[in-house]
Design a protein around this ligand. Structure first.
Ligand code: NDP
Length: 679
């Protein structure tokens, strides 16, 4: 019996449960049941034990825990691969699930370290000035919800499905209850067991529910969320749940999707794009035996190319060996279960109302090292739609099945694509930029992600069907309307955005970052003499003033080669409507400002690694004086390094006090100074 991990212990139901069968052999792998599991206690435990432990950590500390977890899981991959094969997955399929899942955690963790502060609150955008004097501002912030994230996953990706949802929620400060699809839950259970045993995640931040979740959603409230991947029917059922309708539970749905791939009107039989298109279709039909929410179901091609496409796809499909997933030479394994195969056969039958089968037989397949009847094997099936067919736009065969549909103009292709009512992923195969633009702009409102494939991008392309951690995953309409992944977006989806209004000092105190208008601290010690441990947000140096001369401008023009007329030709510069005479280079102003604020001696400031948000606001003319104020805005110690990042607010003003340049200076500063001599 599979165990659930609940309230810090492993729980095993004592009833008979349901058997889970090996997809290829029909042998029992495990049994599953959640009878007796206290779901209310699990949600309370997550909120009261997991949540506070997680929110005591900064984003960087959470990211470090995730990274360590991903590393640890990588060391146990072989165990997961062995179990994954029992779901019908080949080595290549398992790689997508297992390595893909682990890679996603690494990616989300690394985004968390690089793009989130080493704090527990995220600022969204710049402060908004709400009064004339600047004493009343508004700042948008993201904070962690004191709730629990319930994640309900589909059977097709028992590892990736769990990890791609767990990592962003964890980073956002939300404890997770994972509910894997029963059919393949034994793979998820093995992964969760490793995570729990490792002790790398704080207790209570990850619980596992194997078996029926009946009653779980009833336990959720306004700070909780459900992320669901699976059928449109279950998605619709969840949308109607009273906790969602009336209880404020946030629900994200990722459901069926009739994804399309479109061959451009420019592509001929001899173009490399033709082969790329055909290969893409065959890959999507056969990886995971077509049980992928992003797989190509509709192959939309110019009418004149249909026969060539059918012939080329069929020729490739004929080479696909079906059989036991661990057998040599097998390209496509089994579907997840006999019940799934029945579903797919039914879908093919329904599609035949308006399409004809041009390759394969849904009821007959030759298999290697397995029994075609006791295992859930199925031949790839390609259909060709009759003109005006509607079924291919409505019915999702969740298996190795696709339908060729013809179009006669790009507008027609867009119209056909839209009949899918919203998809997760689409691809456009063309080498013509104007075809790409027309199709991409027509298709984008119906898609979460679009791949534009041609000879230039082919070598590095990640393919039609691969969701990527740095890009959004999810689609409008029928695809569920949810959005996951997309780098840091994935984390922010789980957090609450609020507008906070108050004085600059209050907003600085709340956000942990210096905000324009708040107090500055000036002492006799130059802030460049302070280590990271000694620096504080608000520490400031106000420089001396310097007069910018015509000689300075001439010298800078000649020295750098930037002899743009506004800096060198008085008569021409007079005609410039913005300047009305020679002005200093913006970069000269910034360089002179550095000369004014820098403390030159060796010290804790190790490097200047960039400038952000640089704006030149008022032109500087010969004879103007400038002065700069530099204030510590944000301090971000780096984990596993003996330095951290310091972001400084730099404001350069002229003799009248008007700002001439504003920007953020980015530096690396030693955590301790003098540094300990290295051993
Ligand atoms: P389901 O929607 O039945 O199951 C998805 C998940 O929801 C499973 O974890 C399931 O648990 C759970 N679930 C089922 N009923 C409820 C409920 N009332 N409340 C809460 N959770 C529930 O989809 P299947 O996995 O059975 O697949 C069926 C079809 O869904 C496929 O044929 C395909 O068309 C589509 N699908 C789409 C995917 C996508 O990524 N978009 C992925 C997989 C499938 P349990 O397994 O224990 O029933």
């Amino acid at each position: 019996m599979l165990a659930s991990y609940s309230c810090g212990t492993w729980f095993r139901a004592t009833d008979e449960g349901e058997p889970l069968l090996d997809a290829s052999t029909g042998e029992e792998v495990a049994r599953i049941s959640s009878t007796g599991l206290d779901l209310a206690a699990m949600t309370t435990y997550a909120r009261e034990v997991g949540g506070p432990a997680l929110r005591a950590l900064t984003f960087h500390e959470r990211a470090a825990a995730l990274k360590a977890m991903a590393k640890m899981l990588g060391e146990h991959k072989d165990d997961f691969y062995a179990l994954s094969a029992r779901t019908g997955a080949t080595q290549r399929d398992s790689m997508v699930d297992i390595d893909g899942g682990i890679g996603t955690v690494f990616s989300i963790a690394s985004k968390g370290t690089r793009e989130l502060p080493n704090d527990v609150v995220v600022l969204d955008g710049q402060p908004e000035r709400l009064g004339r004097e600047g004493s009343f501002l508004g700042q948008h912030v993201y904070t962690s919800r004191p709730g629990v994230a319930v994640q309900i996953n589909a059977f097709n990706f028992p590892v990736w499905g769990m990890l791609e949802k767990l990592a962003p929620a964890f980073l956002a400060g939300l404890p997770t209850i994972v509910k894997p699809a029963s059919q393949t839950a034994y793979v998820t259970e093995a992964v969760v067991r490793r995570i729990v045993d490792s002790g790398l995640l704080p207790e209570g931040t990850l619980q596992l529910l194997c078996g029926s979740p009946a009653g779980l959603i009833d336990e959720l409230g306004a700070q909780d969320s459900v992320a669901f991947t699976g059928s449109a029917a279950t998605g619709a059922h969840l949308r109607q749940h009273p906790s969602v309708l009336h209880g404020g539970v946030q629900l994200g749905v990722e459901a069926d999707s009739l994804n399309c791939s479109i061959l451009g009107t420019d592509v001929g039989l001899d173009d490399p794009e033709f082969e790329l298109f055909v290969k893409g279709v065959v890959t999507e039909m056969t990886v995971k035996a077509g049980q992928k929410c992003t797989a190509i179901r509709r192959v939309i091609v110019p009418a004149a190319m249909a026969d060539d496409v059918v012939a080329a796809v069929s020729a490739r499909l004929a080479k696909v060996t079906v059989g036991h997933p661990t057998s040599e030479g097998v390209r496509m394994g089994a579907l997840a279960s006999l019940a799934q195969r029945d579903e797919v056969r039914k879908a093919v039958q329904a599609l035949r109302a308006s399409s004809e089968i041009v390759f394969g037989n849904p009821d007959v397949v030759d298999v290697v090292n397995a029994d075609a009847e006791t295992g859930a094997f199925m031949s790839p099936v390609l259909l060709k739609a009759h003109p005006g067919a509607s079924e291919p736009h409505d019915i999702e065969p969740f298996g190795p099945v696709a339908t060729v549909i013809t179009y006669d103009s790009l507008d027609d292709a867009i119209r056909l694509a839209a009949r899918g009512q919203g998809s997760l992923a689409g691809s456009i195969v063309t080498h013509d930029p104007s075809v790409a633009r027309t199709l991409a702009l027509g298709l984008a409102p119906w898609h979460g992600r679009l791949l534009v494939l041609d000879r230039t991008s082919a070598a590095e392309s990640t393919g039609h069907g691969s969701p990527l951690p740095v890009l959004v995953h999810g689609g409008p309409g029928r695809a569920g309307g949810g959005e996951e992944l997309g780098g840091v977006r994935a984390v922010l989806h789980h957090m609450q955005r609020s507008a906070i209004q108050g004085s600059p000092d209050m907003l600085s105190a709340i956000s942990g970052q210096w905000i324009t208008g708040s107090s500055r601290t000036e002492t006799d010690v130059h802030p460049f003499r302070k280590s990271l441990a000694e620096l504080a947000v608000g520490d400031t140096i106000s420089s001396a003033t310097r007069t910018v001369t015509l000689d300075d401008i001439d010298h800078f023009a000649e020295f750098t080669g930037d002899t743009f007329y506004a800096h060198t030709d008085e008569a021409a510069a007079q005609q410039n409507p913005l300047f009305g005479g020679i002005v200093a280079h913006g970069y000269l102003v910034v360089s002179l400002a550095a000369g004014l604020f820098v403390d030159p001696d060796p010290g804790p400031v190790l490097a200047n690694f960039g400038v952000d948000r640089l704006r030149f606001l008022t032109p500087v003319k010969a004879g103007d004086s400038i002065q700069v104020t530099l204030t510590v805005k944000q301090i971000t110690p780096r984990t596993n390094a003996d330095y951290g990042e310091v972001r400084w607010d730099a404001t350069v003003v002229n003799g009248s006090g008007d700002p001439v340049a504003t920007y953020d200076v980015l530096t690396l500063v030693a955590k301790q100074w003098p540094q300990e001599p290295s051993a």
